[in-house]
Design a protein around this ligand. Structure first.
Ligand SMILES: C[S@@+](CC[C@H](N)C(=O)[O-])C[C@H]1O[C@@H](n2cnc3c(N)ncnc32)[C@H](O)[C@@H]1O
Ligand code: SF4
Length: 463
């Protein structure tokens, strides 16, 4: 690899402070992927029939992702919001989802091997009733082969998640909970249109964690309007005081078209933190959590004890298979990427023609397996040449080594003979570095602006 032509979007800048200034900004929420799209519905359906009749790839981990596209209120910063929750809409949606679960569960590919992790995400799945949550869990457990220690996560928020829902979830077989908290601070929460203020969030979280029935994980965002560095320090302290078993720290990605973008444009809210401040917030969070004895499972996720494995998030970022279920769900089968209809009428209508509500499908690029290894490595913060050799990529570490050396000189990683570990700065910039590695391996010298834009828009993935 000749790095002499690479620009700073790949190499990063030489600076005494790489944490704040190695790159200009985060290039995307996740590193992108390429592939050849199947353009006609007929081709997509035929390919799906073929895949679901085939054998799974031996040894490859398998996950289920179920999407519940409803929230009671749209948070100002969020680009995942799809539909306002109403009991009627959720009820109607679940009738279609039950059908889809049955259709998929009958397929040879599905029954051929157990699934290692199930993630019910959204939207806000906890906005379903207690009975619906339990029924969903039970249907999944009855219809799909799950490994004995399968992780089964329910995502949502603490608001409205009462004891009835908690008990019903556990009876339904859920054994992990992921709640978006974003910030504990009442002013930040009000501005973001989060339901509940600090004390209500804190006390419910403490109750659920103290029940010790399943790992309770929270998401925190850094860089929200009104969330200054002192506020962020209180957020981290509040997480530690809550007793919750794990935390994800996500930097706010500013998306066009969100209510937050409009409020800022109209001068009704201050702009969120700039990248250097986000970098300092990340560093504070990571260092404080690690000083408190938490284990880093990835560049953005920390666990208090061994109970929290974060299996779905780790697997979905590799080349593991993810069988998607529900409107707006995405996944991949034997490497073929697919996205289901987001639009509810289109999702429902598709069942009159086919059992597969597919909106988009992409054959894997030839280098997809290698790219999967790379993305997983950058997400973990450890690039392990021996692991890549065992996974069938014996040249990869060597090929990348000029780039790794340049990054080591820029303070982004520590390079050893056949492995490299991202520094704190490298962990903050890991998505840029993953994207840089993919761009370099694709033989390009920097990221063209159209590619950057495309990646900015490709935000769906393994939350
Ligand atoms: C799809 S949401 C579901 C969580 C749940 N509905 C809630 O709000 O509590 C999953 C996570 O995505 C993250 N997220 C949403 N918008 C984001 C943005 N603009 N930038 C970065 N992360 C974002 C939030 O941390 C959120 O908890
Ligand atoms: S952050 Fe969660 S609750 Fe808020 S709009 Fe997004 S998905 Fe819905």
């Amino acid at each position: 690899m000749d790095i002499s032509q690479f620009d700073a979007t790949i190499l990063g800048h030489r600076t005494p402070d790489p944490l704040q200034f190695a790159f200009a900004g985060k290039s995307s929420a996740h590193a992108g992927r390429g592939g050849r799209p199947l353009t006609t519905p007929e081709a997509q359906i035929a390919r799906m029939d073929q895949l679901l009749a085939s054998e799974p790839i031996p040894g490859r981990a398998r996950c289920l992702y179920v999407h519940i596209p409803f929230c009671r209120v749209r948070c100002t910063f969020c680009s995942f919001f799809q539909y306002a929750a109403s009991p009627d809409w959720i009820h109607g949606y679940l009738q279609g989802l039950w059908q889809e679960l049955e259709n998929k569960a009958r397929q040879p590919w599905v029954q051929a091997a157990p699934f290692d992790a199930v993630y019910v995400g959204g939207g806000t799945p906890t906005d379903m009733s207690a009975g619906q949550i339990q029924e969903l869990g039970q249907r999944i457990r009855r219809l799909f082969p799950l490994s004995a220690d399968c992780e089964m996560t329910l995502e949502g928020r603490l608001n409205g998640f009462n004891d009835d829902k908690f008990d019903a979830s556990l009876h339904g077989g859920f054994n992990r909970f992921s709640f978006g908290v974003q910030s504990f601070d009442s002013q930040v929460r009000r501005a973001a249109k989060r339901l509940d203020l600090r004390d209500a969030v804190m006390s419910r979280l403490q109750q659920l964690a103290a029940a010790d029935a399943a790992p309770i994980i929270i998401d925190l965002l850094f860089g929200l309007p009104f969330q200054d560095e002192a506020c962020w320090q209180r957020d981290i302290a509040d997480f530690l005081a809550s007793g919750a078993h794990g935390v994800d720290l996500y930097q706010l990605i500013e998306m066009q078209g969100t209510p937050m973008a409009r409020l800022i444009e109209q001068g009704k809210q201050p702009p969120p933190a700039m990248t250097p401040m986000k970098a300092r917030m990340y560093a504070y969070g990571a260092q404080t959590l690690e000083a408190a004895g938490l284990t880093r499972l990835s560049v953005s996720h920390w666990a208090r004890d061994a109970r929290e494995r974060s299996r779905y998030n780790a697997l979905a970022k590799t080349s593991a298979d993810v069988l998607p279920l529900g409107a707006g769900a995405g996944g991949n089968i034997n490497g073929v990427a697919l996205m289901q209809h987001r639009d509810l009428p289109a999702y429902r209508e598709s069942f009159t023609r086919t059992p597969w509500p597919i909106a988009m499908m992409m054959e894997p690029a030839p280098q997809a397996a290698r790219d999967g290894l790379l993305k997983a490595a950058f997400d973990r913060g450890i690039l392990d040449g021996n692991l890549w050799t065992r996974a069938g990529e014996p040249e990869l570490f060597q090929t990348l080594s000029p780039l790794l050396k340049a990054w080591a000189e820029r303070g982004l990683l520590e390079l050893r003979a056949d492995s490299a570990e991202l520094t704190l700065a490298g962990r903050f910039w890991s998505v840029n570095m993953a994207q840089g590695a993919l761009t370099a391996l694709a033989g390009r010298t920097g990221a063209p602006s159209s590619l950057m834009q495309q990646h900015k828009e490709a935000t769906h993935a393994a939350h």
